[in-house]
Write a protein that binds this ligand. Structure first.
Ligand SMILES: *Cc1c(COP(=O)(O)O)cnc(C)c1O
Ligand SMILES: [Zn+2]
Length: 401
């Protein structure tokens, strides 16, 4: 049973009815899902999680679906969390860890947001939804939408990764491309959703995607036996993951799952040098970002020129004494090579940017060699065949090596 209580505007704090279809607040602010955490804390303790389903639905009391029969799941969540001793030794970090979201259904952490978003949409009677995407969100929402029997319309940039296009069309999405950025795709979706009565499920324009992504925070705590890392590095595009992890930390503390005086991990928003609006705003001491012009990076999932939730990312970073850093594509590709070769973990470019960021933060003295540092890898390397193009020697049939 869910302890869902209401929706609250992240900007003006106005309360909204959770059992009606909602997008943004009248003030334009994204809506956050609130629960009766006192009642939840009375009915659920961390020890009760033992033996529950190994997916994010193990936290169902703190998720927004009221009737379990509306849950649309492909087994998302409860992804592996493991140490990176060889990469750590090379970087000079003694306690380096990876949470590998590439093992989710649809091979990225977008499955989490799609699972809760589509399930709640089904519960509220929505039958058609539309969204802009750089690739992975489209693949995930199209897949969960297919399972829910919903119509899903996607608009993505023409250079969206081929695997995500394949995935989305394979599961039956109505997919379109536009010569532009995800923000341009978003404008088309906004107009079309209004014209056709589709539900607009763009990042943070609907309240429930963040609930799926917040479960990464619950899992990190549970998998580390209710201790927390000192630092979490996160590849930030729209920022839903980092906002969600911070939300989970606050909820767990309020429920007494973490001590009142717990030290939260310092949250680090990592962006690409070619698209770093949030890093720039952080450096300039601003509360919101400005749109980044001519955004370009090999890490397409974090190519978001202007995020609706930028102020929430900046809050999460500042309130945890974290920081924001930008990584060059060269450092991202270096990180991808090092983590692949040293750990056998072929992650996505977005996740690989974190390796470059960790090296930079250690050199700057922002990280201490002994701190527990967690890299949150958001997707699988095999979803990006376009990023590397190895050429193998072709052997004659009678060859011996
Ligand atoms: C979407 C995406 C991101 C960025 O996620 P946000 O929560 O929007 O910041 C990072 N990595 C990958 C692989 C993605 O698909
Ligand atoms: Zn508001």
């Amino acid at each position: 049973m869910s302890f869902l209580s209401h929706l609250e505007c992240s900007r003006c704090r106005k309360t909204h009815d959770a059992d009606r279809v909602q997008n943004l607040c009248d003030c334009g602010g994204p809506l956050l899902v609130r629960y009766d955490l006192k009642a939840a804390a009375r009915s659920l303790r961390p020890a009760d999680l033992c033996g529950r389903v190994a997916s994010l639905w193990r936290y169902r009391e703190l998720l927004p679906v009221r009737d379990p029969k509306n849950i649309i799941t492909l087994g998302e969540g409860m992804t592996p969390l493991f140490p990176l001793p060889r990469l750590g030794a090379e970087l000079g970090l003694r306690d380096l860890w990876l949470k590998d979201e590439g093992l989710n259904p649809t091979a990225s952490f977008k499955a989490r947001g799609a699972a809760t978003g589509v399930s709640r949409a089904k519960e509220l009677g929505i039958t058609a939804l539309a969204m802009p995407t750089n690739g992975n969100a489209g693949g995930a929402w199209a897949s969960y939408g297919a399972r829910a029997g919903m119509s899903v319309t996607l608009v993505m940039p023409t250079d969206a990764p081929a695997m995500s296009v394949l995935e989305a069309t394979a599961v039956g999405a109505n997919a379109y491309m536009v010569k532009g950025q995800i923000t341009d795709a978003g404008a088309i979706v906004g107009r079309s959703a209004k014209a056709h009565g589709w539900f607009e499920a763009a990042t943070l324009k609907e309240p429930y995607r963040i609930e799926g992504k917040k479960t990464m925070g619950y899992e990190i705590a549970e998998q580390l036996a209710w201790s927390l890392p000192d630092v979490i590095l996160y590849p930030t595009g729209g920022g839903v993951g980092i906002i969600g992890i911070y939300k989970a930390l606050l909820e767990m503390r309020e429920m007494g799952w973490l001590p009142e005086d717990v030290r939260f991990p310092r949250l680090v928003a990592v962006q690409a040098e070619g698209c770093q609006p949030i890093v720039k705003a952080f450096r300039e001491g601003k509360d919101v970002s400005e749109k980044w012009e001519n955004a370009s990076t090999v890490a397409q999932g974090i190519r978001v020129p202007k995020a609706l939730g930028d102020f929430l990312v900046l809050q999460a970073v500042r309130e945890t004494s974290g920081t924001c850093v930008a990584v060059t594509d060269a450092d991202t590709m270096w990180g991808l090579e090092r983590i692949s070769r040293l750990e056998g973990s072929f992650i996505c470019p977005e996740g690989a940017a974190l390796v470059g960021a960790a090296r930079m933060l250690l050199r700057d003295g922002w990280l201490d060699p002994g701190q527990r540092v967690l890299l949150l890898n958001t997707g699988a390397g095999i979803k990006y065949p376009d990023v590397m193009s190895p050429k193998l020697p072709v052997l004659e049939l009678d060859a011996t090596l």
